[in-house]
Design a protein around this ligand. Structure first.
Ligand SMILES: NC(=O)c1ccc[n+]([C@@H]2O[C@H](COP(=O)([O-])OP(=O)(O)OC[C@H]3O[C@@H](n4cnc5c(N)ncnc54)[C@H](OP(=O)(O)O)[C@@H]3O)[C@@H](O)[C@H]2O)c1
Length: 265
């Protein structure tokens, strides 16, 4: 059983981004109470102004500027989430990482792992006591298809999203019998400002399908409503994820176009 979004108090990280803003609009439309988190206070405030407000419940949308890679940022979110009796945490904030491993420097790798993997783990741990005190709660981690199917050029990014999936699976099993459900959503390429021009070129060369952020938002709300453990967007991607799970080496030869695209050929 999933959640009735009208009665949910949601903490949404990465709310100012392309997918986050679409999710915020969809959740607001469904009547959820929202705490929108990102680093850029101006972008969060602008988004909050565009969301439907309920005159009878004037504090349905709040914003909080916090850097989730810092303990002060995590603590700030924990405090407000507890005060708002949050029962849903959507770990959506993330940064991109693309390129041959030998071209990525230490700071880039650490930033990607810290933002995409360590921050959601620490934030989840911080909010967990409050979530466990609710009648029904969820932690929904926004991963990626690249968190089950790793491609050339995405070694670091895939490591973060595979890690987030492992975290989600273990925690889901750890929390069986409690009110907290743990879920993982794996979008495929989505049209936001996330992907740098070289990634867009790679995606064009390799024929990657591209979704609109509203498609991801719809899938995310559906996941919260139906309570499934995980879901990936796109039928070919779902199939590739299954095959990769059963026999990953069988697919190793399938990514020559990706290697060529990565080397700029
Ligand atoms: N777009 C795609 O192709 C795609 C595909 C699959 C999965 N995803 C995943 O979907 C999620 C959202 O991606 P998107 O496309 O919406 O990207 P986006 O438009 O770049 O948004 C990223 C969001 O993360 C926030 N953020 C980044 N670092 C942060 C930090 N240290 N502390 C707090 N917030 C931080 C950003 O806000 P501030 O900059 O204001 O902090 C922004 O709101 C990510 O986890 C991404 O990995 C994206």
């Amino acid at each position: 059983m999933g959640l009735d979004l009208k009665h949910c108090s949601v903490v949404l990280t990465g709310a100012s981004g392309g997918i986050g803003a679409a999710v915020a609009r969809a959740l607001s439309g469904a009547g959820a109470r929202l705490l929108l988190v990102g680093r850029d206070a101006g972008r969060l405030a602008a988004l909050a102004r565009t969301l439907e407000t309920h005159p009878d419940q004037p504090r349905r949308v709040e914003v909080l500027a916090a850097d989730l890679t810092t303990s002060a940022g995590v603590e700030a979110v924990r405090r407000v989430a507890l005060a708002r009796r949050a029962n849903v945490l959507v770990n959506n904030a993330g940064v991109a990482s693309f390129g041959r491993l030998d071209a990525l420097d230490d700071a880039h790798i650490l930033q990607a792992v810290t933002t995409n993997l360590v921050a959601p783990m620490l934030l989840t741990r911080a909010l967990l006591p409050g979530l466990l005190a609710q009648r029904s709660a969820a932690v929904l981690n926004v991963g990626s298809v690249l968190g089950r199917l790793a491609l050339p050029g995405f070694s670091v990014y895939s490591a973060t999203k595979f890690g987030l999936r492992g975290f989600s699976e273990a925690l889901r099993r750890e929390l069986i019998g409690t009110p907290v459900r743990v879920q993982y959503l794996g979008p495929r390429v989505t049209e936001t400002g996330f992907n740098a021009p070289e990634v867009e070129a790679y995606n064009r060369k390799t024929g990657a399908a591209v979704d609109h952020p509203d498609d991801v938002a719809a899938a995310l709300l559906q996941l919260l409503r139906d309570g499934a453990a995980e879901r990936f967007l796109g039928l070919p991607e779902k199939l590739a994820v299954c095959v990769n799970g059963l026999a990953p080496a069988a697919l190793d030869g399938a990514f020559k176009p990706h290697r060529l695209a990565l080397s700029g050929a």
